[in-house]
Write a protein that binds this ligand. Structure first.
Ligand code: ACO
Length: 208
């Protein structure tokens, strides 16, 4: 088997594999509207890490890389190849590629409730570090902007948050805060999923 990562780049072979992957997602993720799957798999800002066995796709992960984190949209292995370790190898290849090629530090995903076990084994947790950073960023910025003592922050938080958002987006004076601000807008919510996060180790070799 080999692991390849492509987006909709117009190359015939890549398109054939992406269509194969789309069909696996449609079968394995019956709650996802088929049009939504096609749209994201074929969307040029999404990439797909795929497992190729005898020139056939047997599984893959479609994700969207943002500036620092990636959002995993779909993940599946074809029915007769499940529980053979391919899902784990796939995620390891994705982590290595996303870190070394895309420069990502985290993955976020809405895991289907029956897939939480799989994602947990791959190092995903329900504690969201990115979210925490965001709030820490907000409060640091509020204090910075208003010079109010700690005790006041919670009292005025709501109004000030809106003010900060507007100012930060305009000036983008703290890149990290800006990024986290945008990140919550990017992650799409849907029913039945659990938001999970995985930190990618900066050095660990994930594949051999
Ligand atoms: N629940 C709990 N544990 C699981 C599950 C599960 N649904 N699936 C696999 N595992 C465990 C395995 O037992 C194994 O544990 P072990 O290392 O202790 O033996 C470990 O996770 C990895 O198993 P693999 O064989 O590598 O996993 P597999 O190749 O079967 O791939 C996957 C896992 C992708 C979830 C596959 O079973 C699948 O396609 N399922 C149907 C589609 C699906 O649910 N996809 C995820 C939806 S969420 C989303 O797409 C964002």
């Amino acid at each position: 088997v080999k692991f390849v990562c492509y987006n909709n780049d117009g190359v015939d072979q890549h398109m054939i594999w992406l269509i194969g992957l789309k069909n696996i997602f449609s079968r394995q993720l019956p709650n996802m509207p088929k049009e939504y799957i096609v749209r994201l798999v074929m969307d040029r800002s999404h990439k797909s890490m795929m497992i190729i066995k005898q020139n056939q796709v047997i599984g893959g992960i479609t994700y969207r890389p943002y500036s620092r984190f990636g959002e995993i949209a779909f993940c599946a292995i074809t029915a007769d190849e499940q529980v053979k370790g391919y899902g784990t190898r796939l995620m390891n290849h994705l982590k290595q590629y996303a870190r070394d090629v895309d420069g990502l530090t985290h993955f976020l995903t809405y895991a289907d409730n029956n897939a939480v076990g799989y994602f947990t084994k791959q190092g995903f947790t329900k504690e969201i570090e990115l979210e925490k950073e965001r709030w820490q960023g907000y409060f640091a910025a509020i204090k910075l902007l208003t010079h109010v003592p700690d005790a006041w922050v919670s009292f005025r938080a709501k109004v000030l948050l809106e003010l900060c958002k507007a100012i930060m987006v305009k000036l983008s004076f703290v890149k990290a805060i800006n990024f986290t601000l945008l990140s919550c807008k990017y992650i799409k919510d849907y029913d039945g999923g659990t938001l999970m996060e995985c930190k990618i180790d900066p050095k660990l070799p994930y594949t051999d």
